[in-house]
Write a protein of this length. Sequence first.
Length: 209
Amino acid sequence: MSQPPLSRSDLRRQLRQKRRALSSAQQKQASESLCRHLKHLPQLRAARHIALYWPADGEIDPRPIARWAWQRGIRCYLPVLHPWSKRRLWFTAFTAKTRFRRNRFGIAEPIKVARAPLSPKHLDVVLLPLVGFDRSGGRLGMGGGFYDTTFAFRRHQPGWNRPKLLGVAHQIQEVAGLALQSWDVPVDGVVTDGGLVGGRGFRGCFKAP
């Protein structure tokens, strides 16, 4: 008899345990492989404004891509909690000299910023953390809805194609399929330490050489 599918909360718990079980050496190698794949993407090479995230809870580390981006004159941003809008994110520029503090979720955020936060509509590419993903662009996040709320305009304005939403994760976080909710914002593609994976809005925009 086949087993019933896992609930989203059970699947989230299982996948978080898998990525937390990776050793420091495995995490470092995965991060290096991820960034090597990211550097080949034309969308990143042409971007002027890229958002990434500060890893936690075993998430794959995208931060090395920032050093590559700064060398190319690309501005990098981190998500920060919006001060008055519930479950929304702002994006704040950061550099190698930026100092950080922990927000209420224990995630690092810049302490002082020289520029006003950037609207998500003005970013070129956003690297989103994933708990799970499938090959159709479905993503399973932490359950807080911050990214879905922040990028809801992508669902309400189908012709709006900025920013490109690129999920990043360990390849062990791939699942066969995810049942999307009405509020879920699918990613345009996924990159893991194993390479590039297509997405619901992929359409060849992230072809790697």
